[in-house]
Design a protein around this ligand. Structure first.
Ligand SMILES: C[S@@+](CC[C@H](N)C(=O)[O-])C[C@H]1O[C@@H](n2cnc3c(N)ncnc32)[C@H](O)[C@@H]1O
Length: 301
């Protein structure tokens, strides 16, 4: 593990605490599904079973931490679609996107549907979400999530995100792209590709195409969130830098968020567009969850 993450020592603050945090088990985070119930009802239902929830993220009343030994997927409340087990940082991406009611949303890489269903919740099942997932084998878990949680405003498509047709444009785009997944270390320990592998190079090329396509699908004044669950700057700031170099995009700084660290403007002697500092990095010793990167991008009016 040390060898895998050692090269990030230069930019991850308090690196030794970061390494220690990777050894701790992931907390059990839940999102209460407001499409079907309310936080107060779920808290009461679970309390009756001796399960006590703690609020998990300042300023949001639907994200909770459950006891570590709880298996939420075995609860009746799970099957009824009242709760969805989801990493806290994954929920933060949809909160950053902040889709409006009655708007149009494209989720470019949707399965298994954690963010699609959260976006539907934030829109109170209004408007329309196009939930795109290339791999048909992943449409079953995606459909299952959406139907269990009572999502009624989503349709499924199966295009490669980087070639999603330009026929329509959207108010909001969620680009939660495939990545090397280093941030999921506490969840499933590797193996991960090395930074130099051909696999990773091909993935970065795909990520660049996806961010460009996502941006081109935005309406004027539309908003996109680009996110990964990895620490590698090649898949994060460098991809955002590529967008900023090729399109007239605006980065909305993600500051004043508990536990967030700024994007890094330089990696391996390469300087990125200084605006990438406005992106957000989440590390497990700062926010007790999966490691994440997010950038909020706007298309000018
Ligand atoms: C990080 S996961 C998305 C997680 C999802 N947003 C959620 O919150 O539950 C990335 C997804 O992209 C899919 N994918 C991989 N390559 C793709 C492509 N070229 N176009 C669209 N989806 C792709 C993967 O199968 C995977 O389901």
């Amino acid at each position: 593990m040390m060898r895998l993450f050692e090269e990030y020592r230069e930019f991850i603050p308090d690196f030794d605490s970061f390494l220690e945090s990777l050894e701790r088990p992931l907390p059990n985070h839940l999102r209460v599904n407001r499409l079907k119930t309310s936080p107060a009802s779920v808290i009461a239902l679970l309390q009756n079973k001796g399960i006590f929830l703690k609020p998990a993220y300042i300023g949001n009343d639907t994200l909770y931490e459950a006891p570590r030994d709880l298996l939420p997927g075995r609860l009746l409340e799970y099957f009824l679609g009242y709760i969805h087990p989801q990493a806290l940082t994954s929920c933060v991406a949809s909160l950053f996107l902040a889709p409006r009611a009655n708007s149009t949303v494209l989720d470019l890489c949707a399965a298994p549907g954690g963010k699609t269903s959260h976006v539907a919740q934030l829109m109170a099942n209004t408007g329309i979400i196009v939930a795109n997932e290339l791999h048909l084998r992943r449409h079953a878990p995606l459909s299952h999530t959406l139907s269990r949680l009572g999502v009624l405003n989503a349709v499924l498509t199966a295009y490669p995100a980087q070639e999603f047709p330009l026929r329509e444009s959207f108010d909001f785009v969620m680009a939660d792209v495939p990545c090397s997944g280093e941030g999921r270390w506490r969840f499933s320990r590797g193996p991960y590709s090395t930074a130099e592998s051909k696999y990773r190079t091909a993935m970065v090329e795909a990520q660049k195409k996806m961010i460009l396509r996502g941006f081109d699908l935005l309406r004027k004044e539309g908003t996109m969130v680009y996110s990964t669950c990895t620490y590698n700057p090649e898949e994060n700031e460098k991809v955002v830098d590529f967008l900023l170099g090729h399109r007239d995009a605006e980065l909305v700084p993600l500051d004043n968020v508990p536990g967030i660290e700024p994007g890094i403007p330089r990696w391996r002697k390469e300087n990125f567009d200084g605006r990438v500092r406005g992106a957000g990095r989440f590390y497990p010793h700062r926010i007790d969850s999966v490691g994440f990167f997010m950038a909020k991008i706007c298309r000018r009016g």
